[in-house]
Design a binder for this molecule. Structure first.
Ligand SMILES: *Cc1c(COP(=O)(O)O)cnc(C)c1O
Length: 401
């Protein structure tokens, strides 16, 4: 008998669960877009966004999803024919490189073993080999949503400095911002991109590009920049409409204001990050316990490489990932994420992988509820699993391990 009636739960890695308060903040008549409350409110968003990013630099807001800010960021620093170095740790690193190629850049890619993070030594040697300094930017994801890997950005910066290379360091934090700690200025990041729909708990539709003075200087010589993507008027508008180069995304901005208030002024960023860390550990504790029977495991073997925003899993039998996802949605009202980029979509192997998003507005009862439903699915589908997974997760949530 299906037990899926009741509130559905979308436990995929973005869009994430939108808090009722954010939805209610959006539920209002259209505001005046020239003057007054909206204009004043938008001024309060920028310092809060910069606090979460860890930067004293600039922040531009775009009406765009993640792919849009990928393009916005590159268009402001590249000219056709420039070379970018793409660090591929899964689907998302590669995707940003494809956008660069579309702008006419020459893409040099290093493919890393997908079961771990970027190896800074390989980046350092690629940069040392670039004797003519043709590489204009290094593109990397903080957290790759396909594998769940988190890259160590400070170490990567150190490798670039060791090579004495002037390339910009550009980081995609779309999955990780407000989930995994990020310190843009301290880690020497020149450009960072993020979106509204993951850790920032707001519906998809607005994206952010953060940049420092070095990136601003690159903008002056960028041949790819177009009127719409140009970040210069957006961060120093003479008139309000220039912040968005047209009508402001009014209701998204009110939603974001509420989300930022919840993150920074109520819960507090350090607690938000600690909550994500603990809930992630609860998920890993359950799967690492169940996994002793060989039926399902966390994709990344080393917990030190795992992000606090999203986790990817692999089943022992190829079909079981899809069977479990289907069962969860049909019988329990929980939607899990598909596997992405770990096997060809046409191959049987594709059905081995699935993901859980644990980013943004999630708490202990949501995560423990998903895990209990996973266990019910493992039982119903006779997928081998060792006992004690839920106990292990409960102990993490209780602070006992
Ligand atoms: C979700 C995501 C994207 C793409 O965002 P869209 O809004 O789907 O365009 C890019 N990079 C990372 C790391 C992501 O998690």
């Amino acid at each position: 008998m299906s037990l899926s009636q009741g509130r559905p739960y979308l436990a995929i890695p973005g869009p994430s669960v939108v808090p009722d308060r954010v939805l209610q903040a959006m539920h209002r008549p259209a505001p005046n877009i020239y003057t007054g409350a909206l204009v004043d409110m938008v001024d309060t968003l920028l310092p809060d966004l910069k606090t979460i990013a860890g930067t004293g630099g600039e922040a531009a807001i775009y009406i765009a999803n993640g792919h849009g800010v990928w393009e916005a960021s590159l268009a402001n620093v590249l000219s056709p024919g420039d070379r970018v170095l793409v660090l591929n740790t899964g689907n998302f690193g590669r995707g940003w490189g494809e956008v660069a190629a579309g702008l006419g850049a020459e893409v040099q890619q290093i493919d890393f073993d997908l079961s771990g993070p970027v190896d800074p030594a390989r980046v350092e040697s690629a940069l040392r080999d670039d004797k003519d300094r043709k590489i204009k930017a290094v593109l990397v994801v903080h957290v790759d949503t396909a594998t769940g890997v988190r890259n160590d950005i400070a170490t990567l910066r150190a490798a670039m400095d060791a090579a004495g290379h002037p390339a910009l360091l550009m980081v995609d934090c779309i999955a990780s911002l407000a989930c995994d700690r990020f310190a843009m200025d301290d880690w020497g990041v020149d450009v960072m991109v993020a979106g509204s729909q993951k850790g920032l708990m707001t519906p998809p539709g607005i994206g952010f590009v953060f940049f420092n003075d070095k990136a601003k200087a690159a903008r002056a010589g960028a041949g790819c920049v177009t009127r719409y993507w140009d970040w210069a008027p957006r961060v120093a508008p003479e008139q309000f409409y220039q912040r968005f180069y047209g009508t402001a995304p009014t209701h998204h901005l009110y939603g974001l204001r509420e989300a930022l208030t919840m993150i920074l002024r109520e819960e507090g960023l350090s607690h938000v990050l600690a909550r994500h860390a603990t809930l992630a550990r609860a998920i890993w504790a359950a799967f690492d316990t169940w996994g002793q029977a060989g039926g399902v495991e966390v994709f990344l073997p080393d917990p030190a490489h795992r992000s606090h925003a999203v986790t990817a899993f692999r089943t022992g039998v190829p079909a079981d990932g899809t069977r479990l996802r289907d069962w969860m949605e049909r019988e329990a009202g929980v939607t899990l994420g598909i596997g992405l980029g770990l096997a060809a979509p046409q191959s049987p192997e594709w059905h081995r992988y699935f993901r859980i998003g644990h980013m943004g507005h999630v708490n202990a009862h949501m995560v423990l509820g998903v895990l209990a439903c996973v266990q019910a699915g493992l039982v119903a589908l006779e997928i081998p699993h060792a006992p004690g997974g839920l106990d292990a997760a409960a102990q993490v949530c209780a602070g006992a391990r």
